[in-house]
Design a protein around this ligand. Structure first.
Ligand SMILES: Nc1ncnc2c1ncn2[C@@H]1O[C@H](COP(=O)(O)OP(=O)(O)OP(=O)(O)O)[C@@H](O)[C@H]1O
Ligand SMILES: [K+]
Length: 292
């Protein structure tokens, strides 16, 4: 079992040709709602590949909450650990304009994922081969989970996004840290190659269309990803993390797992939306065959 402790959001996407000035009302072109949140996205990525996945998180007592729980259940994710709170379900308001985006995230129920909720789900945590964390729930909860996992010797993968919420001493308490290049620089204040060399077999930096890299103790292993027709890279990082978790829990080495995660993430960018492009295991295996 992989347990994801993290955010569950509804993404509210508005596409508009005109961007309103202060006090102005304009007519937009398109509105859609899509399930998101880094926690939920990574859970879906791992589950689609066939991993048994449990989710610990929170939604509100509202229509979005019900819809998001249904979505996770449809993806065969265990949702017993998802609490219903009196705070509204988290949302991300995404404004698409001129090939650019402006995003407002309202964490809502995600900030109700607290120590008590972790205690209530301790059996799920104990039954896990790997705990996956991102930084869209309270920092205090991350601290608590890392303590518990340390005591119980349960491996932890931490995807440090958004990076500004990262606490420096956490690096010693995680098994894997998976920043992208920008997050890596923001957290450590130096270029990614310098960082990798300090943390062999631990830090895995994703490099967009260039793939990903880690340090094996002797040299930096840079694993390129297949060139593909990228339509929408939203969710590429989440797919990478979910797929890496799936592979590493299946007994693959770090190098093989990065290779696998690259293949999965490169498929995800070929389709629109974060969860929309996340592949099934057979699709990843097909791609891996093509690369060989
Ligand atoms: N243009 C691309 N073509 C193929 N694969 C890609 C492309 N962009 C990203 N990927 C894959 O996705 C992984 C994660 O991408 P990236 O390093 O951009 O993470 P990220 O910034 O967290 O992504 P995002 O925020 O867009 O979800 C890469 O390691 C790679 O495997
Ligand atoms: K996508």
């Amino acid at each position: 079992m992989i347990t994801v402790i993290g955010s569950i959001n509804m993404d509210l996407v508005v596409k508009t040709a005109i961007y309103p000035k202060q006090g102005e009302t304009v007519l937009g072109d398109l509105f859609t709602t899509v399930p998101g949140g880094k926690g939920a996205n990574q859970a879906v990525a791992a589950a689609r590949l066939g991993s048994a996945v449990g989710m610990i998180g929170a939604v509100g007592n509202d229509a979005f909450g019900i819809e998001l729980l249904n979505n996770l259940t449809k993806e065969k994710i265990l949702v017993e650990g998802v609490g219903k709170t009196n705070t509204a379900t988290g949302i991300a308001n995404i404004l698409l304009h001129n090939n650019d985006n402006r995003i407002i995230v309202v964490p809502g129920a995600n900030f109700k994922v607290d120590r008590e909720m972790i205690d209530q789900n301790i059996e799920l945590i104990k039954a896990s081969k790997l705990i996956m964390l991102q930084l869209e729930i309270p920092v205090d909860t991350i601290d608590y989970v890392l303590d518990i996992c340390g005591q119980l010797s349960i491996p932890v993968l931490l995807n440090p996004a958004p990076a500004r919420n990262f606490k420096a001493d956490w690096i010693h308490n995680v098994t894997y840290l998976t920043p992208n290049e920008t997050e890596c620089e923001e957290i450590f204040g130096s270029d990614y190659e310098t960082v990798l060399k300090q943390y062999p077999h631990k830090v895995i930096v994703t490099l967009g269309g260039e793939g990903a890299a880690y340090f094996n103790g002797e040299e930096i292993i840079k694993i390129p990803c297949c060139k593909t027709n990228a339509v929408d890279t939203t969710g590429a990082g989440d797919t990478f993390n979910g797929a890496f978790a799936h592979a590493i829990c299946g007994g693959k080495s770090i190098e093989e797992s990065v290779h696998f995660a690259n293949a999965a993430a490169s498929i995800s960018v070929e389709k629109f939306g974060a969860q929309g492009g996340m592949p099934q295991l057979s699709e990843v295996n097909e791609r891996l065959k093509k690369i060989k």
